[in-house]
Design a protein around this ligand. Structure first.
Ligand SMILES: O=c1ccn([C@@H]2O[C@H](COP(=O)(O)O)[C@@H](O)[C@H]2O)c(=O)[nH]1
Length: 607
């Protein structure tokens, strides 16, 4: 734990369902290896995770079971510890490498920029030489320019104590937004390749382990892999580890094929256990189960939970390596001056824990205050649009630091503008991007398919942030056209057969998945999450309500990440602008700069 981390609050806990083969799973950590310094519930750091894993390994060695660690990508972008250094990631790789991870894969965030995928090539792949897998990912060798697999396509290994023979794969979903130094092969092509067809037919395999930056639910990619394996091996157990959607989730394909997704931002250490697998070695002390079984637990990443599940206490918990890594994180945070405050937030602002629009909504704050104040300088009537996915996390009342700017918005894209756009067209762009009004997403997509777009790397609903970190069934939908699955606000908190009756006192995740509603280790009081639009926008230097005084032409300013969609929407509205017709706005400042400048000017700290 970092010295400034708030101490966890004790809460009723569910027990770790230990088995024959046990897994700890992290995903979408996005640089939060220092833990959450404003939220006691998630305040343990990467050093603590190292100590925790060490205790569980000892338990496995003592009772003859096994423990494997998995990480399924998006380790970068989203926290000062990674983003504030120059070059980015200067400290992260040396911190991360001290955990003994058995299977590790790449996420999409490792690939948006060529320097981040080159970092994988130069740092993370060599640091995890025995465990990095890239089943559908190639990279241009930075020295020769030749395309090569980022890491081996699959691995075969045998567990230490039980002698369970495993074939493991490492996939990325069919991602299109990568820089041009990597190639992500669509999963439907990978599963047809000879090496994959051969690998799933290797004899003497007890378990297929599919790790990937791929959601476990509604996932064409994982469904394809499941079917491909089942076509070759009708009954060999399969275990999936997923990621990308930032949720806690568990999916049962069938009795012998199940998988976990373990949240986001170092909030969750996913635990999955299997029993009843074929084993070469005897001596198992854990009770035999009849047949194959899987169990799961989503551990809140704080010391109260970690002590409890490892049977340790404040004196016995930290290992030497764990302590050194926590110290290295502390040092890096100091070097980067991450606690330096630009100002102090007067209240909390929520990305998806408050309805949008509302006074507590981060997106309302952005469009009502930050964007108009930032872009009003030139006096030109403008509409300013950003995708809501550019915003990644909440703001808490109190000091708003260098770290906070990267938690809230870490990306490097700047703003661009199309000048002198007819107001009638410009004023409809936001509505189109949000799939509201008479013209729907499908119409825009049809246009894209006719080749009218220029690049089209992102899907329209990718402009929004990942859905809040809850199962879809617990999300409060504000746009009924979008997600028919969502519950309405009137519905009561989820309750189910597995929920223990202790009164929850800590707000947090109340996960409902294919195993039921008893997956969270901490019995939480339910938090409400709300859906958000794809984009928000502000009218600057004119009043959109004043119909008679509407400008004829305006500047349309937008976050560069949404450029393809903005130009496509304009074209759909009868106005043709090419990329070359647009220009850089705000001297290349990023959203991170915009927010830190605004906070410095408007949110003074009272001493
Ligand atoms: O430069 C960028 C890169 C990404 N985004 C937003 O992030 C999501 C992807 O994040 P995940 O954690 O992989 O879900 C993307 O869809 C965008 O909404 C961005 O705004 N700018």
């Amino acid at each position: 734990e970092q010295p400034s981390a708030p101490a966890p609050i004790s809460a009723p806990l569910r027990e770790l369902p230990w088995g024959q083969l046990n897994f700890l799973h992290t995903t979408d950590t996005h640089g939060w290896h220092g833990g959450h310094l404003q939220e006691p519930q998630y305040s343990a750091d990467w050093g603590d995770y190292i100590s925790f894993a060490k205790h569980l390994h000892k338990r496995a060695d003592e009772d003859g079971s096994d423990l494997l660690l998995i990480d399924t990508g998006d380790r970068v972008e989203g926290n000062g510890l990674y983003d504030a250094s120059n070059p980015k990631g200067k400290y992260t790789f040396d911190i991360f490498k001290h955990q003994n991870i058995d299977v590790i894969t790449s996420g999409n965030h490792e690939l948006y920029l060529s320097n981040s995928s080159n970092n994988e090539y130069y740092n993370t792949v060599p640091n995890f030489k025995q465990s990095y897998i890239a089943s559908n990912l190639d990279i241009q060798n930075p020295k020769t320019g030749e395309l090569e697999p980022l890491a081996p396509r699959y691995r075969k290994f045998t567990t230490k104590n039980q002698g369970i023979r495993i074939i493991s794969f490492g996939f990325l979903f069919n991602f299109h937004g990568n820089a041009n130094n990597t190639v992500v092969q669509p999963v439907q092509e990978t599963v047809k390749e000879q090496w994959f067809q051969d690998a799933i037919r290797i004899k003497d395999v007890d378990l297929f382990l599919v790790a990937g930056h791929v959601p476990v639910r509604n996932s064409e990619e994982y469904d394809l892999i499941y079917k491909a394996i089942r076509n070759a091996r009708w009954d060999t157990p399969i275990v999936f580890f997923g990621g990308h959607t930032h949720i806690r989730d568990y999916r049962k394909w069938e009795k012998a094929a199940q998988g976990i997704e373990s949240g986001r931002y170092m909030e969750t250490l996913g635990f999955l256990s299997m029993s009843g697998l074929n084993s070469e070695k005897k001596g198992l002390v854990v009770p035999e189960k009849s047949g194959l079984s899987y169990q799961r637990l989503y551990i809140d990443n704080n010391l109260h939970s970690l002590h409890h599940h490892s049977g340790t206490n404040a004196t016995t918990f930290s290992t030497d390596v764990g302590k050194n890594v926590s110290q290295a994180i502390y040092q890096a945070r100091n070097n980067l001056n991450l606690d330096h405050a630009f100002g102090c937030a007067p209240t909390d602002y929520w990305l998806s824990r408050a309805p949008y629009p509302s006074d507590q909504s981060l997106l309302s704050w952005l469009e009502k205050s930050v964007l108009p104040d930032t872009f009003s300088g030139g006096k030109t009537p403008s509409i300013v649009i950003t995708n809501t996915g550019a915003m990644r996390f909440d703001i808490f009342k109190g000091p708003f630091t260098i770290d906070s700017t990267f938690l809230v918005s870490p990306f490097t894209s700047g703003f661009r503008k199309a000048v002198n756009v007819p107001y009638k067209a410009a004023s409809q762009v936001l509505q189109l991007l949000n799939n509201e009004g008479p013209i729907l997403l499908e119409d825009l997509l049809a246009l894209k398919e006719q080749g009218l777009d220029t690049m089209g790397t992102h899907r329209l609903d990718d402009l929004a942030p990942p859905l809040p970190p809850v199962n879809l069934a617990t999300l409060i939908d504000q746009s009924p056209t979008k997600h028919a699955l969502f519950r309405s606000e009137q519905q009561s908190p989820i309750e189910g057969p597995g929920v223990v009756s202790d009164k929850p006192n800590i707000p947090g995740y109340t996960t409902v998945d294919d195993m039921g509603s008893d997956g969270d280790d901490t019995i939480h009081e339910r938090i409400k999450f709300y859906d958000v639009p794809n984009c928000v926008g502000a009218s600057v230097n004119f009043d959109p309500a004043d119909k008679t005084g509407a400008p004829e032409k305006i500047d349309l300013v937008y976050n560069e990440f949404v450029q393809d969609w903005v130009l496509l929407a304009l074209r759909f509205l009868g106005v043709k602008y090419e990329k070359e017709d647009t220009r850089s706005a705000l001297d290349g400042k990023t959203m991170t700069d915009v927010i830190s400048d605004w906070v410095g000017e408007h949110w003074k700290c009272e001493n």
